[in-house]
Write a protein that binds this ligand. Structure first.
Ligand SMILES: C[S@@+](CC[C@H](N)C(=O)[O-])C[C@H]1O[C@@H](n2cnc3c(N)ncnc32)[C@H](O)[C@@H]1O
Length: 196
């Protein structure tokens, strides 16, 4: 398990605009559909998507919320999101920010986010970054807000955190109540709600 340098993801996107086949692979499309179907509410106010990649989830979430802040550290991925949004009516509701989470963080709306989406991201964070990430997630979630996390379960070179340990740590954040738990051989997905 080597430390991941800042340009790692940007290099991946320059070699291949969709390195994980997020747009096309059945595994990715099905997993995205499971996540979207798990969200308890039909619509949300303010959404924060951490590590949005090429924006496939962003576009789907944008159709279910008033405002979405999509964050990634790789500029090439964010250009892909911008290209997908061009001429899309939801474009005005999507704010795209290049930030390296968690030390950089998006502005949090008054009252916090109504939904935070963490999909295939947090296992890349080392222990210190992961602890800060969880603390900032918790501090950014509004009263009654939902947090959904979804992560692949297999071993891979860049993994810094085990999926089960990560989800247990999120679930242990004060006050969060788990609304849904989906566990299959390839991935794990949990949805929690903050107290109102
Ligand atoms: C495996 S992709 C997942 C993309 C998308 N969330 C999904 O589920 O399909 C991981 C994404 O997280 C981004 N990422 C990794 N570490 C990050 C960090 N510290 N801050 C912001 N984005 C990060 C990468 O650039 C990449 O786009």
């Amino acid at each position: 398990m080597d430390a991941i340098d800042d340009l790692h993801f940007e290099r991946l996107y320059r070699q291949d605009p969709d390195p994980w086949r997020v747009a096309s692979a059945w595994y990715e499309r099905r997993k995205r559909a499971v996540l979207l179907a798990t969200l308890a509410r039909e619509r949300y106010g303010h959404v924060f998507e951490a590590g949005c990649g090429g924006g496939d989830m962003t576009l789907a979430l944008a159709r279910r919320c008033d405002q979405i802040c999509a964050v990634d550290l790789a500029p090439s991925a964010l250009r892909r999101v911008q290209a997908k949004l061009r001429a899309d009516p939801v474009a005005a509701t999507v704010r795209i920010l290049a930030l390296k989470l968690p030390r950089q963080w998006p502005p949090v709306p008054a009252g916090g986010f109504d939904l935070i989406v963490v999909s295939e991201l947090a296992y890349y964070l080392d222990d210190a970054a992961c602890a800060l990430f969880l603390a900032r997630l918790h501090a950014s979630l509004g009263a009654g807000g939902e947090l959904v996390a979804c992560h692949w379960r297999a071993a891979f070179h860049d993994r810094q955190q085990p999926t089960d340990g990560l989800h247990e740590a999120i679930g242990a954040l004060p006050g969060l109540r788990r609304l849904a738990h989906h566990h299959e051989e390839d991935f794990r997905l949990d949805l929690w709600r903050n107290p109102s």
